[in-house]
Design a protein around this ligand. Sequence first.
Ligand code: FUM
Length: 608
Amino acid sequence: MSNYETKEHDVVVIGAGGAGLRAAIEAASKGLSVGLVCKSLLGKAHTVMAEGGIAAAMATVDSRDGWQTHFRDTMIGGKYLNNWRMAQIHAMEAPECVIELERWGAVFDRTDDGKILQRAFGGHTYKRLVHVGDRTGLELIRTLQDKGVHSGIDVYMECTISRLLKDDDDKIAGAFGYFREDGRYILFRTKAIVLATGGVGRSFPVTSNSWEYTADGSSLAYASGADLIDMEFVQFHPTGMVWPPGVRGLLVTEAVRGEGGRLTNKNGERFMWKYLPEALKDDYAADVKEADAWVHDTLSGKLKTDYRRPPELSTRDNVARAIYTEVTQGRGSEHDGVYLDISYQPSSRVKKKLPSMYHQFKDLADVDITRGPMEVGPTMHYMMGGIRVDADTAETKVKGLFAAGECAGGMHGANRLGGNSLSDLIVFGRRSGRGAAAYASNLTSLPKISESEIKEAIEELEAPLTRTEGLNPYQLQQRMHEITSTCFGIFRQEADLKKGLDLMEDLKEQIKTVRCSGGKLYNPAWHLCRDLKNLAIAAEAIGRSALSRKESRGAHSRLDFPDTDEDQGHENTSIKKDGDRMQVSKTPLPEMPAELKDLLKKKEATHA
Ligand code: FUM
């Protein structure tokens, strides 16, 4: 008798955040049998960390908005490296996906006349973020979870997938994994897999990501032969908590700035004005008087505004660099952050608009944000790079393998705008579910899986428990964190990147012999042994991609190449597995149709 159980589904979705849930709902709606695998409990996902809103050009607050402006903002934010077709689909379909959520029970904040309320966020021309206070991701997950459990989906909770399996024709045939509580094994036989595993946050020491985000999707796809793209683009959200140490990195939503929060250094200087990119200066208020007028307009509930945005609403890459620079040049706050203040606003408004932030700071840091400033600093929040997918169907290069949400690349280019993650995952979650369902419906039977591959998967998982020599996984994780934070961080340069990659080579060898004590029952060290392999793939891909991009663009800042190079703006960095080696190459961006180019030109003209 085999020592694993077997489940069969037409489509298996790995990851149960917003993208995974939305994909599973879509595939189930086509009458297929769908299995949804979550590493954690259903409903616990990084999706909830997108607190401030869903970006969708609904034009409920500002009638000037439309998909074209959203597309343009997204491309400008992504420094034109985005897959144009993904950005177009995203901008066009986000509003209908929001309405769909509302039909399924999502409750959004409203304007006085009952329309969906939208708020300002960095890099968005108009007030565009559909929200529920600062708990938007939670509402999105709650709604999809509710819809999902009524869609006949089979949910496998606290289950980690360690390997994807293919048949002799090299197409997806299944996935192998284990239940975290007791290590019992499970084989999924399936026709199609959607990866929706989120990001790679845990490869960095300071991150808004919780323990689940260990690069599973990108690493599983890479190991199966799919390409990764743009892995140099790591988003450091400008505002994470910095104090006390136990909560360092926890997200402080951009909604604080969207509602008028001001950033200052220890000298009380509103430093963001110094850091606005020359070409985009016209988008922002020129001085305190104009910025205050914008805030006054927001506070008074007068929802349309012709005022330009305050400088704090610059894009995340820029604000993160600015804060980092202030701190490293000695103008930071007590605990190596800067100050973010919204306490000048009426306390009742702060508590209404930002209830989670109020409680988060009160409970975790003993700070009352209605009475004084928060201390904040950059935290690794999001991976723009990821698995290369077809824009329309979300299929990867591997037959039967689909990907959506943060683990997929292309949509956000060199930098993601806040709020575009929630819209990304509902738009492309839906598309990937549709794509996987169409593919699975064309197969008449489940592809075959070889027993020897399963045996190999089990041996690999159990090896750390049986070794008598080797390093502890926590030591190895700490080494990786030292490498990523010192060599692959916000600012990069050749010497550091090369050093980091050399150290990664040693680390990869050490990971091959990682060992832990105890058994499979409730053993987090054992889980980490497996996670390290995936994290190392992500860290190496980040380092190699960053070394290959010899320019600064979006979230990728090279001290030795501080300028943006027009020529490198026409190519994605691609990573693929070549035996034991990671191969890096450059692939040209798909050609953008003339009508979309025209949309971008209009914006450029305003900045000429
Ligand atoms: O700041 C935030 O609320 C995060 C939003 C996002 O990552 O999209």
